[in-house]
Design a protein around this ligand. Structure first.
Ligand code: SAM
Length: 74
């Protein structure tokens, strides 16, 4: 059962505004690059912040999350 902030559509829409900027995700992208990854699977992707960052950087990204409201945002 996901937390309300990720599962409630009203809260999920606000998540990125409050979490911005996502400088915490940059090291994970660096690790993917260091490993010469071409694909990433973001387990617990929430609103897709990392999956989208990775995709924008040219990686094939797949995000999964039990909170469908967050996936709708993604
Ligand atoms: C702290 S949030 C982080 C979301 C996202 N990775 C980010 O950086 O913005 C944790 C996420 O894990 C998801 N989650 C909770 N339980 C999970 C499970 N058993 N398997 C996969 N994801 C889960 C939640 O729905 C939520 O989106």
């Amino acid at each position: 059962m996901p937390d309300a902030i990720f599962a409630d559509p009203r809260l999920a829409r606000l998540y990125d505004a409050f979490e911005h900027p996502r400088t915490d995700l940059v090291p994970y992208l660096a690790i993917a690059r260091e490993l010469h990854a071409t694909t990433v699977v973001d387990i617990g992707c929430g609103t897709g912040a990392f999956a989208l960052l990775a995709s924008d950087d040219g990686l094939q990204a797949t995000g999964v999350d039990p909170a469908s409201a967050s996936l709708d945002v993604a």
